[in-house]
Design a protein around this ligand. Structure first.
Ligand code: GUN
Length: 304
């Protein structure tokens, strides 16, 4: 039986450590603060931002939820970012993506002070990360590393294969694994004989954004499989492809009309030695790492 790497347990461990650090900082009259910027009414974004603000409250961080109008312009957003960059009570700035079409997200993310870029999306932080300098690393890939380390999975010397090359997950995950001394391969849509490459993986990270993309024959028996995907399935045919006969999922589908599946087909987990479930895996780490990054940013900015 493969081992399930429980994201809830690990996230809760990290949150406890962050809360302890927040208490230590309070004795120095420092309260780390996060500004969360949410534009528009994308349901998933609203849920994510609410969870982020709640996590701040739970762990003792200050938070400010900023909600510009849906019609906001790039210039107005730049003015807002400038204000947040200058605010002494704000250590971390998070602009929830996606942004409305009229806003140039790249220009905006580049305007966030790198020292306050707790998402780790700024090119300066990407550069620092790849140069091996202290950097704010993107939360989801940082969470992947925490899961591996805290589950006692050896990274040094392992063959790590990352499927997906996004700036937010795939590339930084590869870089973090490299810094942990894995032998890293990045695969993508143009990779030839993808299965032959993924079958070499001792650690397989799936971050493609396609439901159930990694099939059993792509996984080396006993490998550690980290599923970063979060895909919503709301049609019966697709549901059956992944979960036919699974009572728990059937009940969830009947109740909500949709279920979440990762980038790994559930049958592929059975081939693994250990895996992160979806939901309940990597996703839960993202917010914990955001809190950790905010505290880190607060300390770095004060030279602590
Ligand atoms: N939208 C989806 N995931 C993320 C994330 O990690 N950070 C931000 N800012 N927006 C997102």
């Amino acid at each position: 039986m493969p081992k399930v790497l429980d994201g809830a347990v690990i996230a809760s461990e990290i949150k406890q450590e962050v809360a302890e650090e927040v208490r230590r900082l309070a004795s120095k009259n420092v309260r780390p603060g996060l500004a969360a910027v949410l534009v528009g009414h994308v349901p998933a974004s609203q849920i994510y931002v609410k969870s982020k603000v709640q996590a701040c409250a739970d762990l003792g961080l200050y938070s400010d939820l900023v909600r510009p109008a849906e019609t906001v312009t790039t210039e107005e957003m730049l003015a807002l970012i400038a204000t947040l960059n200058a605010r002494e009570d704000v250590d971390g700035i998070l602009v929830q993506l996606p942004l409305p079409k009229q806003v140039d997200a790249k220009v905006l993310l580049d305007a966030i002070a790198p020292e306050k870029d707790v998402d780790g999306f700024h090119p300066v932080n990407a550069g620092r990360l790849q140069a091996g300098r202290p950097a704010l690393a993107p939360c989801t890939p940082a969470g992947v590393i925490e899961i591996l380390k805290r589950s006692g999975i050896a990274i040094a010397g392992a063959n790590a294969v990352v499927v997906g090359r996004s700036d937010i997950v795939g590339k930084p995950a590869a870089m973090l694994l490299l810094h942990e001394n894995a032998t890293v391969t990045i695969c993508h849509s143009k990779t030839r004989d993808l299965g032959a490459v993924t079958r070499q993986a001792d650690i397989l990270v799936a971050a493609i954004g396609r439901p159930g993309f990694v099939t059993p024959r792509m996984v080396k028996p006993g490998a550690t499989v980290i599923d970063v995907g979060i895909n919503r399935i709301d049609n019966r045919e697709e549901f059956d492809r992944f979960f036919k006969g699974n009572e728990k999922r059937e009940a969830a589908f009947a109740k909500r009309g949709a279920v979440i599946v990762g980038d790994v087909h559930p049958a592929a987990f059975e081939v693994s030695g250990a895996y992160t479930p979806v939901p309940g895996g990597v996703g839960l780490l993202t917010i914990a790492m955001l809190m950790a990054n905010t505290v880190r940013a607060a300390k770095m900015r004060r030279g602590l």
